[in-house]
Design a protein around this ligand. Sequence first.
Ligand SMILES: Nc1ncnc2c1ncn2[C@@H]1O[C@H](COP(=O)(O)OP(=O)(O)OP(=O)(O)O)[C@@H](O)[C@H]1O
Ligand SMILES: [Mg+2]
Length: 477
Amino acid sequence: MIQFRSLFARLMTTFFIITLCIMLVLGILLSTFFKSYIMETRKEELIREGSAISQYVGLYLTGLIDTRVLHYQYQIIDRFLGTTIWVTDERGNIWSSHNSTQLEEVDWENQKVSVDEFVQVLDGNTITLEGRFGESFPEPMLTVGMPLKLNNSIRGTIFLHSPIQGLNRTIMNTYNSIWRSAILTSILSLLLSFIISGRFSRPLTEMNVISREIATGNFKRRVKVRTKDEVGQLAVNFNAMADSLEKLESMRRSFVANVSHELRSPLTSMKGYIQGVLDHTIPVEDQDKYLRIALDETERMNRLINELMDLSRIETGQFSIDIKVVDINEIIRRVLISKEDRINDRGMEVEVDFEKDIFMVVGDPDRLQQVIINLLDNAIKFNREGGLLTFKTWLFKDNVYVKIADQGPGIAKDEIPHLWEPFYQIDKSRTRNKEGTGLGLPIVKKIIEAHEQNIWLNSEEGKGSAFIFSLKAVKKS
Ligand SMILES: Nc1ncnc2c1ncn2[C@@H]1O[C@H](COP(=O)(O)OP(=O)(O)OP(=O)(O)O)[C@@H](O)[C@H]1O
Ligand SMILES: [Mg+2]
């Protein structure tokens, strides 16, 4: 359906009106130009004929040729054009005339030229006139009058009358071809504007339809990119936007599903234990134990909710970092002390390799502590029993680099990009990661990004993983 207000219709009418205007102006210009061109050419022709005639009349008057030859010359000079030729004396008496079509019944000889312009011709001027030459002709004529000169003195005049109708026919024919080609061009331009307008408006119409579909939640369709111009770029960007919207939507869905799932399992077990205590299916001596488990579950939920709130604060931009100058080595030391028991429980060794004792960096101490805790938690959780934990800090150019490495199972290359997504956990059943939720690393990444720094992961399957992040060093002056 073409709507009149649609881009397509507008483009088409614009193109068409422009072509129509051009055709109109061109047609009018060409027509007037041709008309005057044809008239001018005919005038010149008549003047040329007139001079030829004057030469033969001269020959006739000096007796070198007779009337028969003169008339024969008239015929040669004007064979097709239906010109009436008059030759007059100084008083305007026509003493020789000729009409090539032989159609004219009037015998002009011995008649008199009565038109005022005759005097001008006799004065030596060549004149051109359009009209019936007084009342001499029943139809309009193009008339050329010129003096008849013999030995440089004017002895009379020559008038040549050519019917304008004949010229008009030529002019009309030219007009016809001009207008016919103008109409043809207009039709062609209508066709072309139809195609071009379609090309222009199709991607936009498509984007319009698809954006409406996206608004209703269908993210599947994409626009076909046909050109490399602005519209093509718009299509590319539109598709990129649809891609990211689709990804965002699926992330949102899985996020909600994950959160509900993570909340449901502790709630279910808590509900079970409390119910057991209340209806005495759990013996009184075991009640403390199960209530403690329920308490642990509430703590887990609490932690999960805190992490979720952190993440959402970071994502909505409400997360502010309180930049200070801090010693990163000191933060690491403190975290290590707080986790000492857990490390010793697993029989792990810790190796600390600080390039310098103190490394002052720019950052939010609490957030950086959270980063180290999350990374160390993972390292402890995934390290092999009795494995080595390594901490390393060093300076390179303007940055201090922090590395936390373990000797756990490592992480496969294709898993690495997903680690930073919320709730992503590598094969939960295989690892002994029962207590995790997959929010630790996304929070780490967001904090590092908020510091405008980077985090990398070096990992070899079976050998262990090493997380390295950068911090802005403070140079001592
Ligand atoms: N050092 C590591 N060695 C091996 N795998 C790791 C290591 N650190 C993280 N992973 C993998 O990445 C996943 C995501 O880690 P992340 O810290 O985000 O979540 P989590 O530790 O499972 O849960 P949370 O940190 O929220 O308690 C982990 O489940 C684990 O599969
Ligand atoms: Mg973790």
